[in-house]
Structures are given as C-alpha cells and as structure tokens.
Design a protein around this ligand. Structure first.
Ligand SMILES: Nc1nc2c(ncn2[C@@H]2O[C@H](COP(=O)(O)OP(=O)(O)OP(=O)(O)O)[C@@H](O)[C@H]2O)c(=O)[nH]1
Ligand SMILES: [Mg+2]
Length: 536
C-alpha cells in the first residue's frame, strides 16, 4: 500500500504499523474494519495529524496519506472510473466527527462513493460522519456514535440511498450551521473592532455562526500567507479550538494568499466581497437580481482560478455548498467565461425592458426622488411610511433588521399634496468597501439613483459609526457620478439616541438635515417641505 503526505518526524516502525493495516479487509457491510479503525485512532493520537485511507469496493485498503493537524491532501486519483467506487475515510484529531465543506466538495468533485470523517480525541473515538453521493449527485449525510456505529450496515444504507435519497433513516442528520472564524488586518487603532463587528453582522446575515476572530496589524510588505507565520500558527490553533469550518477575511485576498491560507488551515476561505455576494445570492428574487449576483460572483471568483482545468470546487464559492447561481461548482475557467458571456447577454435583455419602464416614468414628468443610505438605515421603512402617510395602502414589506433586506429596486408614485406628486424609489443599501464587481453589476439598479432629481439620504444616527457611514454613502454617490444632486439628509432612529448634542453635531455636518424617527411614525412633512422648496 502506498503512503503519501507529510511523513516528516514519523518513525519507520510507526509507518510500518500503518502499512500493516492493509492486511485487514473490510467486510462488504462494514463501514471500516475494527482493526483498521483502532490502528488509525492510535496513530492519529500519536502523530496529532489527520490520516486518510482509501478503501476499494471490495474493502481493500489501497492507499493512505498523512496530513497536518487540520488538513490532509487527498491523493491524486487516476481517472474517474477508479474513484467512483472508492470510499475515503479520514480522522479528525480535534475530535470533531464532522465533514468540512472541503470534504463535501472533494466527495462531489472526485465522485467518490463516500467520504467519512472519524473524530478522535485523546485516543478515543468520538463518532463518525459519512456522506454518500446519491444518484443525482447530491450528498446524503449519516452521523454515527461510538456506541452504535458497528450496528450500521454500510452496504445496505449506501445502496438504499443511492437511488432513493429522500427516504429517512433514524441516524440521518443535516450538516449543522457552518462555524465561521473571522480574520482582519488592523490599520488604525479602534476602527478594526467596528469593522469586525460589521463583518460578524454580515456573517450572521449570511447564516453562519461566528465562533472566533483574530486581528493582525497590517505590515508594509504583504506576506504570501497574508499574515505572519507566528500568527498563522495561532490562527490554526484557534481554528481547531473553535472547531471553525469557514474562515472569513475582512480584506481582499490575492489568489496565492487564499491558497496558502486554505492549505494551512484546511478550511474554506471567503473574503468580505465573497460574503456580501453570498448574501446577495440568497436574497435576490427577481430574475434581474439573480443574474446580476451570479455575474458578480463569477467575476469575483475568476481570478482565483489559475491555469486550465482547475475547478472551483476547492473554493466552494459560498456558504454551505452553495455556488454561484445555477452554476455547478465544477466549472473550469473556460466554461466560466462562457457562462459569464451568456449571463451578460441575458441581463442586457432584462435591462432593456427596465429601460422601457423607466422611459415611461420619465415621460410622466414627475419629479424623481431616490432613497439612498447605508444598509439597515431605514430606507424601506421610509418608503412604507411615506405611502401610508399619503393615504395609500402600502404594499412594501416591513423593513427587516437585517443587512441588505432590499435588493430589488422599487418605485412608487405618491401624491403628497394636491400640487406635489413624486416618484419615490428604494434600492439596495450601501456598505463600506462595497465590492466593485457588485457596484458594477448593480449599476443598472442604481440607475434610479442616477436619474433622480433629488436624493433622500437616510442615515441611522444611533449607529456608533454614523458619520463614517454617511461618508461611505457620499463616496459611493461620487462613484455613481451623483455628487451634484441635491441631498436631503434624514437623521433617522433618533428614538435610540439620548444625546441631543450628538444629533445637532451630525446635523451641522450634513446638508438639509432633518432628525426624526421612522419607527415612531414621525410625520414626514418636514422632509416634503424641504423637497418642495428644492423643486421650485
Ligand atoms: N429604533 C428604530 N429603528 C428603526 C427606525 N427606522 C427603521 N428602523 C429599523 O431598522 C431596521 C432596518 O430598516 P429598513 O427600512 O429595512 O432599512 P433599509 O435601509 O431599507 O435596509 P436595507 O434594505 O437592508 O438596505 C428595521 O428593523 C427597522 O424596523 C427608527 O426610527 N428607530
Ligand atoms: Mg431596504
């Protein structure tokens, strides 16, 4: 039997012990031969590294590999036909019997029969998690405990679920919420904690659980691994400790930094842009929104694929095993480009339709007012209140206390006074470091903003970073070439601020500031008065 991987510091006699395990043949119905299992547990404990083995269909141990603490490089498998009936089993020395997203993507991309994680802690078995590939290519997951695993019939279960993956068995479970570890570089002194707070909020919105974070001062020369080697060790240690399975970086990573981090930590890596795109992917409902997000995702991922034939599978591309839109994870560069072209064309068609609608609105000659602001500031609540106060029944869903609640633009015609009728539009919220790809993708959506006569900037004054957020909004308006438009600033959420001086301080810095609380349902009359005077 061939043994590959990181064999440094391993005694020849111990390697012989590993080799000897190939003398045992695993029975057809068994998950693993008990002797092989106890050998793996012992050696995993001894080396504190992952060990990976491959069993052939007939239960022969045909290959093994030794990895680092949290990762093991899978063997280069020759040809798909060979891997089809292979099962891969590997130990997790951190005691967590849970398959990582990387394990799932290896299962799919290598088309293995099954992938099993064996939890080992202090020389004891903590359990198994295995996943088979079903006939439709999706994984089916089974959890086994140390006291029931030997009652499990591997062959029957695999056969049954291969064709009938909807049926339920008692032991089955879904993979848990992913556990995210956050990583940020520190520029200034205090800013970083707030940035991390926002990143944590984004992670929460994306549906992952934040289990830890690490901050590293930014150095003048960016190292290959993005953080120094001492910190890297600390990072790997913390990741094991917190049992994280995805690493989210607040900063953009170069392709080589991403690969180094991925190799060292064994985790799926996402940067801030990838995370925001993931949220957008979850929230986009309209055809247009979906197309825009998938395009942005593909364009964001493209530079990370180097060379021909490399696939996206290792990158994952998102939380869970979600990839960009309808795209399968195994897209290679060439096919990705084709998909991008296709999406581009489709999007153009959709946008033509919107352009027609927009022209019709422009023909109405009504003043166009666009709501802008940081995400979660209260734009959608404004839209809702505006309609209700004008006596319309609002069809706007209530604002959610979530980032990027609104993605698709909404335009409503509202008669404010007998002499003042406007078109009011609500769009996607802004955010610090809004990914350029995304801004480009959403430019069409943001055309409502570009075509507006007057902007209403909704600002959450209760946010500790309110002024920075206002600055971000102005920056993005600059990028959209909207800096010449008149802006009314609504200082929202005053119900949460108890320091009136703070409000007047902010008010002095921003144009046409009007403090109020949308939640309390304060009258919007002061806004309309300013609006009317600006329109005259
Ligand atoms: N305390 C307080 N909460 C408010 C006020 N106005 C809005 N909110 C809340 O803030 C949250 C976000 O409001 P939205 O109207 O969805 O904000 P948005 O700007 O549309 O957000 P995105 O669509 O995500 O960009 C919701 O939970 C609202 O209930 C206010 O005056 N006071
Ligand atoms: Mg909204």
């Amino acid at each position: 039997m061939e043994i590959s991987g990181d064999l440094s510091g391993i005694k020849a006699s111990q390697l012989r012990d590993l080799k000897k395990l190939s003398e045992y043949q695993t029975g057809r119905d068994d998950l693993i031969h008990p002797e092989i299992l106890s050998g793996l547990i012992r050696l995993t404990q001894l080396w504190n590294r992952e060990i990976c083995i491959y069993l052939s269909r007939s239960g022969l141990l045909i290959a093994s590999a030794v990895g680092k603490h949290a990762t093991v490089t899978l063997l280069p498998l020759k040809g798909r036909s060979q891997s089809k009936h292979l099962r891969c089993l590997h130990t997790h020395p951190n005691g967590v019997p849970r398959l990582s997203s990387l394990d799932f993507s290896a299962l799919t991309s290598l088309k293995l029969e099954s992938m099993t994680a064996i939890g080992v802690l202090r020389g004891e078995l903590t359990g198994f998690q295995l996943a088979y590939l079903t006939s439709d290519g999706s994984p089916y997951v089974v959890d086994l405990k140390p006291d029931n695993w030997n009652k499990f019939n591997y062959f029957e279960s695999q056969q049954e679920h291969y064709h009938n993956h909807n049926s339920q068995i008692k032991l089955e479970s879904k993979p848990d919420k992913e556990r995210a570890f956050l990583l940020a570089l520190q520029d200034g002194e205090q800013e970083v904690s707030e940035n991390l707070e926002e990143l944590a909020e984004l992670a929460d919105t994306a549906g992952v659980e934040v289990v830890g974070q690490l901050v590293q001062p930014r150095r003048s020369s960016q190292s290959r691994s993005f953080i120094g080697s001492g910190k890297l060790e600390e990072l790997v240690h913390r990741i094991q400790e917190t049992r994280a399975d995805v690493l989210i970086s607040d900063d953009e990573l170069s392709p080589s930094q991403l690969r180094t981090l991925e190799m060292e930590t064994g985790l799926k890596i996402l940067d801030r842009t990838g995370l925001i795109l993931d949220i957008f992917a979850q929230r986009a409902h309209s055809r247009e929104g979906k197309l825009q997000v998938e395009l942005a995702q593909l364009k964001h991922l493209l530079p990370y694929l180097t060379g021909q034939g490399q696939t996206l599978s290792r990158l994952g591309g998102g939380i869970g095993s979600r990839g960009p839109g309808e795209t399968k994870l195994e897209l290679d560069r060439r096919r990705m480009r084709q998909r991008i072209n296709l999406l581009d064309k489709e999007l153009k068609l959709v946008l033509q339709h919107r352009e027609i609608q927009r022209r019709q609105r422009a023909k109405s000659g009504l003043p166009m007012i666009a709501l802008v602001g940081y995400t979660n500031a209260g734009k959608t609540t404004f839209m809702k209140n505006a309609m209700e106060q004008a006596g319309f029944r609002s069809d706007i869903p209530s604002g959610e206390n979530k980032l990027f609640a609104t993605l698709d633009p909404i335009v409503r015609r509202i008669k404010l006074t007998p002499s003042l009728e406007i078109l009011l539009s609500d769009t996607v919220g802004f955010i610090r470091k809004l990914p350029t790809q995304l801004l480009k993708a959403f430019l069409a959506t943001l055309e409502e903003v570009q075509q507006a006569d007057i902007l209403i900037h909704v600002l959450d004054v209760s946010h500790p970073q309110a002024l920075q957020q206002a600055e971000t909004v102005h920056e993005i308006l600059g990028q959209l070439e909207c800096h010449d438009k008149p802006v009314i600033t609504l200082l929202n959420k005053v119900d949460k601020v108890h320091d009136d001086e703070e409000i007047s301080r902010i008010a002095q810095l921003l144009p046409y500031s009007i403090p109020l609380s949308l939640k309390r349902g304060d009258s919007l009359a002061p806004i309309w008065n300013v609006l009317e005077s600006l329109l005259e």
